[in-house]
Design a protein around this ligand. Sequence first.
Ligand SMILES: *Cc1c(COP(=O)(O)O)cnc(C)c1O
Length: 396
Amino acid sequence: MENIQAACQEHICNTYARLPVVFVRGEGCRLWDDTGREYHDFLAGIAVCNLGHAHPVLADILCRQAKTLIHVSNLFFTTPQVRLAAELTRHSFADKVFFSNSGAEANEAAIKIARKYSKDRHGLGRFHIITMKDSFHGRTLATLSATGQEKVHKGFEPLVEGFTFVDFNSLEAVEAAITDKTCAVMVEPIQGEGGINIPDPGYLKELKALCESRDLLLIFDEVQVGMGRTGTLFAYEQEGVSPDIMTLAKALGNGLPIGAMLTTEAVARTFVPGSHATTFGGTPLVTSVALGVLEHIAEASFLERVNRTGHYFMDRLKELQARHSVIYDVRGRGLMVGLELTRPGQVIVEKLLKRGFVINCTHEKVLRFVPPLIVTQQDIDRLIEALDAVLKEETA
Ligand SMILES: *Cc1c(COP(=O)(O)O)cnc(C)c1O
C-alpha cells in the first residue's frame, strides 16, 4: 500500500485524530516508523504495553500457544484461563473472575453484576450507580452512560438509565447523591482520561466505609491503573481498602485484548449459568500471555523498580516545573504521571513526536506519561531534555 495515511482516511471510520506516523516495529521502550526513525515510547499504547514491545518471553508464550490451541469457547474448560483466574485472585482481594475482551466489557460485567446482586437482595428498582465527574469507563452504551463526561455522551442519547455523577474526592457529594435506588459507587482509584487526578488521603477508605454503612457495592475501575502502573500490582493496595468489584484490562495482556471483572464470593454468587457471557472472553491464547504478564509484574523487585523510576521521573519533572511557569502542576503515582499546563497541550505532544518522543495529552491541558514500566532513568533524562527544549520554544 502506497500511502497508508490516505488509505486509512478512505477505508477506516474517522473516529480518531491520529498523529502522522506509521509505526512498524517496537522493542522494549522503543518504536520505529516506516522510515526507520526511532522513537522513545512514553505512552505504551495508552498504559497497555507495561512490559514493553516485543517482549521475548511473552512472544514465546504467544507463539507456543498459537501452535497449540487458540480458542474453543467457554462451553469447555481450558487450563490457561483457570490458572490466570487463580493467580489474579491469589494476588488480590477477589475470589472470582469473569473474563472479557476490553475495559468497557469488564465494566459492563461490573455494572450487570452490581444490578443483579442488588435485585437478588433488595428486589427491583434499586439499580442506580454513582460515578464521578471526569471519570472514564468505556464507550459501550452502558459504560459511556457511566462516564462523567458530556463529550462522551453527545449524540448517543438516550443514555442507559441510572447513573449519577458527583465530584471526585467529595465524600459529601456521594452521600448527598445516595437514594433508595442506589446499588453501587464506581470510581477509578486515580482518574486517567480525566487528567491523572489523585485521590485525597483517606478518600477511598472513607468511601468504602460509607458504602458499607449504606449496603452499597464499591467498584474500582483499575483498567488503567492496575497491573503495576502505580507501583503496586493494583492501585487499591496503597489505599488500605479493597473494593467489592474491580475491573482490569489495558495492561493485563500487554497488548492482547483481554479484560477482567474480579469480585468477592458473596457478589459472584449472583452470576449463574446464563447470566452473562462472551464468545472470546478468556481464550487460551490471551490468558496464557496474561499469565506471563502477571507473573512478571507481581514480582516485588519489579514493583520496587517501578516505584524508584517513578520517583525519579516525578523529581525531574518538578525540577522542570521550577523553570517553566507554563507547568501548572506535576502529579502522579508510580509510572502514571500527569503534567498539567496552563494552556492546551496537544502542540507539545506534536513537537515531542517530531523529536522522537511519544506521549499524549488528556483533558486538554494534561500531558500524560505512562511509559512501559521497564523505562530507564536514561530514557527519562532524554525525555526531560526534549521537553525542556520544546517548552522553551513554546514560551519564547
Ligand atoms: C481505557 C479505559 C476503559 C475502557 O477500556 P477499553 O478497553 O477501551 O474498552 C475503561 N476504564 C478506564 C479507567 C480506562 O482507562
